[in-house]
Design a protein around this ligand. Structure first.
Ligand SMILES: [Ca+2]
Ligand SMILES: [Ca+2]
Length: 479
């Protein structure tokens, strides 16, 4: 411990150090001499890494720089050959250009996952980040299965809502000795705080597991899990028909599987379960929506989500937080966003169609349901049985009166179009998601629906048209 440097400061520094180590190759920003300016930071506080060939003592150099750049010397870090200064932000740029300096980095405020940039990003459609990290009643009533290295259940981030569901090593009860599972689960929990997290431990302390172990874990979910739940499967390995087929069976049993694309900058079509058409495969992006250079690529990938320098729960203590990068973490955000849709009665298909387009890659950025806007547009369909003079119109949106999420519809409005007559006034307002139309006169009909709540209404959604040939008062020929 160095004199004059508080332990809190050391914690900050260690977090900064981890931040650099975990994400060094992923950051284009690392080529710049002034860093960290796009992140939340301590105003006017900078870490200045000095070139090793400087012959003066660190403290002497630091005090000299502070004087020249109109600020205050705050301390030194021998481990980094760095000093820590309070100087005006405009001077930090000038200082970073000095030949004696390796780089200058703002003293970033390392935050708990509840205010992670990834959460800030997926609850809005477009950049810039607005600092809003709201999540509504995200994941209410949902269970998310975390198939990974286990979880540190006692971590404060989980608030008692994480537990062991299955463990390949029963004596271990799903406890995480690697950290990967806890980090991913922490991201999920802070994104959808009302969800229950169930650990399915398939990876050991070094973060690896075999196909048979993983298949056993998935098989257990299929047998004993709650259908219509999200399964985050945070593994990547060689192409395996066994694993891909298991994923397909799990999907067919009503589960929604989200997997990482992988971190090797190769075609994800060559690895499992990323290549599975039945899993939502997710690649990673950094702040400002740039694609992570380590992320796998290829046509099997559907989505891209925050996965560079995300901050979440660590395993060193119940208050430990770490910053890390990887497509698994992008998959964790995606799993959470999907849970927010399922929890509000929407389908996986609707979740996909409601995602944000990422122009750089053509992939979709998962969108989290929050309380900041009217409900999403429902999808209207006609369920018609040929030969009958009636049909059922249904819409995919569903209100959840138990949820406090304002994004949920509090009513639906339906209108009917009849050829030769035109659109009716609103003919149905209510909370049901289907309506029967019986004994219709022969004609062509079409329907539109929108979902409303106190914040407004969605856009209208239109059904295809239906032709009724056998209507009221008409008997089929021969009777
Ligand atoms: Ca936001
Ligand atoms: Ca896929």
């Amino acid at each position: 411990m160095y004199k004059g440097i508080s332990s809190a400061l050391w914690v900050k520094l260690l977090i900064i150090l981890q931040f650099v180590l975990f994400s060094a190759q992923a950051f284009a920003e690392n080529h710049q001499k002034l860093r960290g300016m796009n992140y939340k930071r301590q105003l006017n506080e900078f870490i200045v890494v000095i070139k090793q060939n400087n012959t003066n003592s660190l403290e002497h150099t630091g005090r000299d720089l502070a004087k020249r750049f109109k600020g205050k010397y705050l301390g030194k870090f021998d481990v980094l050959n760095a000093v820590y200064l309070n100087i005006p932000e405009k001077n930090a740029k000038k200082l970073s250009e000095s030949p004696a300096v390796v780089f200058v980095e703002a003293n970033l405020i390392a935050e708990k996952a509840s205010v992670d940039w990834g959460l800030d990003r997926i609850n809005q459609r477009s950049l810039p980040l607005d600092g809003y990290v709201g999540h509504g009643a995200g994941g209410a009533g949902q269970t998310v299965y975390v198939v990974d290295s286990g979880i540190r259940y006692t971590h404060e981030i989980f608030k008692g809502d994480a537990s062991s569901f299955w463990d390949y090593d029963v004596s271990n009860q799903g406890y995480d000795c690697n950290g990967h599972g806890t980090l991913a689960a922490g991201l999920i929990k802070s994104t959808v705080p009302y969800a229950q997290i169930k650990s399915v431990k398939v990876l050991n302390c070094s973060g690896s597991g075999t196909i048979t172990t993983i298949v056993n874990g998935l098989n257990y979910i299929r047998s004993y899990g709650i259908p219509n739940s999200v399964v985050y499967l945070g593994v990547v390995g060689g192409a395996s028909t066994t694993l891909d087929t298991t994923v397909s069976h799990l999907k067919n049993s009503g589960f929604h599987i989200v997997v990482p694309a992988g971190n090797s900058n190769i075609n994800a079509g060559n690895v499992s379960p990323a290549r599975s058409p039945d899993a939502i495969t997710v690649s990673a992006m950094a702040n400002e929506d740039s694609r992570a250079s380590f992320s796998n690529w290829g046509s099997v990938i559907e989505m891209i989500a925050p996965g560079v320098a995300v901050n979440s729960a660590g395993i060193s203590s119940d208050t430990d937080y770490v910053t890390a990068s990887g497509t698994s973490f992008a998959a964790a955000y995606t799993a959470a966003a999907l849970a927010s849709f399922l929890g509000n009665g929407f389908t996986e298909g609707y979740f996909r169609s409601n995602a944000t387009y990422h122009p750089g890659t053509g992939l979709l950025i998962p969108y989290l349901i929050t309380e900041t806007e009217p409900p999403p547009t429902p999808k209207v369909e006609i369920d018609y049985q040929l030969g009958e003079a009636g049909f059922i119109v249904d819409w995919s949106g569903r209100a959840n009166p138990m949820s406090t999420n304002q994004n949920v519809a509090s009513s639906y409005q339906i209108q009917e179009y009849e050829e030769g007559v035109g659109w009716s006034n609103t003919i149905f307002v209510g909370l049901s998601t289907q309506k029967e139309y019986l004994s219709m006169f022969p004609n062509i009909y079409k329907y539109k629906a929108k979902a409303c709540n106190i914040l407004g209404c969605s856009n209208w959604s239109y059904s295809s048209s239906i032709t009724v040939t056998s209507g009221l008062g008409q008997c089929p020929i021969g009777i």
